[in-house]
Design a protein around this ligand. Structure first.
Ligand SMILES: [Zn+2]
Length: 239
């Protein structure tokens, strides 16, 4: 008898596989990132395939195969309807899915990552387009921390002095802040209110992204730091 199990997944990507099948990469609640084959997905009558589009959350029955695991059945919860009506939202959602697809090893379950992604997508779904960038940035920082890349935001990485006051800089390669006395031209400016905001976003317990938008005018600095940090620690260049 074939071994089967049920799990919830969020679909990250989907590609044509063999003649009429599709292969889906998904983040699952119980098994982490996984690849699943959807038989006959490209046939017009396939009911399964529509449930398994990127962005969708579904409950799937998985059949363990010798070489691949197959989807035996799927029930769909979140279809990302409002995300798909906005190009801006779609772009942010795809960036998050792409990051997760690339940065996370297969079959390493972490329920917090699942709920973080789910929370991000539902906020993107319900929230204003103008907030989309903020949700993506917050998602990326929380994901990085979950993957073990937590930036040092308390003391200067070079001299160990407290960096709560005065001019502060971010050193992506070292993964944290340096003080005005230690900084080099390669470091990025990180105003103290932004450093405080990052701390709040990253260290608040739980998977929920909190509601506080970053302090006014600091978004460009945040984007720069974010991009350099991800490029260095996850080896992914995006935006
Ligand atoms: Zn220093």
């Amino acid at each position: 008898m074939e071994e089967t199990y049920l799990t919830k997944i969020i679909v990250l990507s989907k590609e044509v596989y063999r003649e009429a099948d599709a292969r889906v990469s998904a983040y699952s609640l119980d098994r982490g990132r996984m690849n699943l084959v959807v038989r006959g997905a490209l046939k017009p009558a396939s009911k399964l395939s529509g449930h398994l589009e990127p962005l969708n959350e579904a409950e799937v029955m998985v059949i363990r195969g010798r070489r691949f695991d197959y989807v035996g059945g799927a029930r769909n919860f979140l279809a990302g309807r409002f995300i798909r009506t906005s190009l801006e939202k779609t772009r942010r959602a795809w960036t998050a899915l792409y990051l997760l697809d690339r940065a996370v090893a297969r079959e390493e379950p972490d329920r917090e990552i699942y709920f973080l992604l789910k929370d991000f997508l539902s906020r993107l779904e319900k929230g204003a387009v103008a907030e989309a960038d903020f949700w993506l940035n917050a998602f990326i920082w929380k994901l990085s921390a979950r993957l073990g890349f937590t930036p040092e935001l308390e003391v200067c990485l070079q001299c160990g002095r407290n960096v709560r006051a005065g001019k502060v800089f971010f050193r992506p390669a070292a993964g944290g802040l340096v003080c005005a006395a230690c900084h080099t031209p390669a470091d990025l400016a990180c105003p103290t209110p932004l450093a405080a905001w990052l701390k709040e976003i990253i260290f608040r317990p739980g998977q929920e992204i909190n509601y506080a938008l970053p302090p006014d005018g600091f978004f460009p600095a945040l984007q720069k730091i974010n991009r350099a940090f991800i490029k260095h620690h996850l080896a992914i260049d995006f935006f």
